[in-house]
Design a protein around this ligand. Structure first.
Ligand code: COA
Length: 293
């Protein structure tokens, strides 16, 4: 992959270290945890840099789909046991909480409601806090060889900082409690089996399969893809009546703000031009007539 230096370097010029690496290619932003010598453990500096990167990419048109992955043989070995835990034990409480919240902010709030499609590509070790951003991504593909674990129990803490809640969002109680209470590891295939990732493929095919999935999304109307994912994520937290009302309103908002006028094009191409079948694929963007809604 070619690294696009363009103006991304400028946007990050305030950051001296390289905890996060970004490659931009063909509409896909490949975002790497970049501390391979520490198995991509998340230090306070990495968390700060990741937040800056996500904010920069949010405003960067070259990023249409974001892939989060890790450099080397780890996705992320979780929070940095030295820099995120022991080194700040003696800090003032408010400073500790500032560091904690900066981590959870990008790992959950920012990624969960990121206004572009996100895919976690789990290339290797994925422990503890590493599960949170992986789960917050819209989709996830793991290598069969990846090793997951809720290892907190192994060193005397509970999976906090949203880890427990994130796992609970995807995995049923039996499996969640099994892995939380035993700290046993499991591989990519098992992660797919329990619904923690969409699928698992051999490591040698991981990048190709992730690219294929990203391209599938790139072929859709991304304005509507993003509205659809937001609608799903927000409505999960609502009552049925509130969700119904919200979804009608979200639908209206998505259609009227769609620069592509996809709904109108889609209806015209199916009903009048008979040029495609919505059940079997997308309408052709930019082609055919459409009316303003
Ligand atoms: N925090 C801080 N440092 C970490 C780390 C973490 N979460 N995970 C790995 N590292 C560091 C190691 O201390 C080591 O540093 P060193 O070279 O300065 O000694 C380096 O990364 C390589 O790790 P190492 O343990 O030698 O690699 P390994 O291939 O033998 O084992 C793991 C890989 C991931 C199984 C192992 O590093 C591990 O158990 N990490 C902790 C995972 C964890 O419990 N995370 C949950 C945090 S809540």
């Amino acid at each position: 992959m070619v690294q696009d230096e363009n103006n991304f370097a400028t946007q990050r010029e305030n950051f001296a270290d390289e905890n996060v690496r970004v490659e931009l290619q063909d509409g896909i932003a490949w975002v790497y945890f970049n501390r391979p010598s520490k198995k991509n453990a998340m230090s306070p500096n990495l968390n700060r840099d990741m937040l800056a990167v996500l904010e920069a990419l949010e405003a960067d048109d070259r990023c249409k789909v974001l892939v989060l992955t890790g450099e080397g043989d780890a996705f992320s070995a979780g929070m940095d046991l030295k820099e995120y835990f022991r080194d700040i034990d003696e800090n003032r409480y408010d400073e500790v909480m500032r560091i904690r919240r900066q981590a959870t902010y990008w790992q959950w709030r920012k990624l969960m409601y990121y206004p572009k499609p996100t895919i976690a590509m789990v290339n290797g070790w994925c422990f503890g806090g590493g599960l949170t951003p992986m789960i917050a991504c819209d989709l996830a593909i793991a290598a069969d060889e990846a090793v997951f674990g809720l290892s907190e129990i192994n060193w005397g803490i509970i999976p906090a900082g949203n880890v427990t809640k994130a796992v609970e969002a995807l995995v049923g109680q039996r499996n969640a409690l099994y892995y939380i209470m035993t700290g046993e590891t499991f591989n990519g295939q098992r992660a797919a089996e329990i619904g923690l990732v969409n699928e698992s493929v051999p490591l040698a095919q991981l990048a190709a399969r992730t690219t294929e999935l990203a391209k599938l999304l790139l072929g859709k109307n991304l304005h509507i893809v993003n509205a659809a994912k937001m609608a799903y994520k927000y409505s999960r937290e609502m009552s049925w009546d509130t969700a119904e009302e919200y979804l009608f309103a979200k639908q209206q908002q998505a259609i009227t703000t769609d620069p592509e006028r996809g709904r109108s094009r889609g209806l015209t191409q199916f009903l009048d031009e008979k040029s495609y079948r919505p059940g079997l694929g997308s309408y052709r963007p930019g082609l055919g007539s459409y009316s303003r809604e």
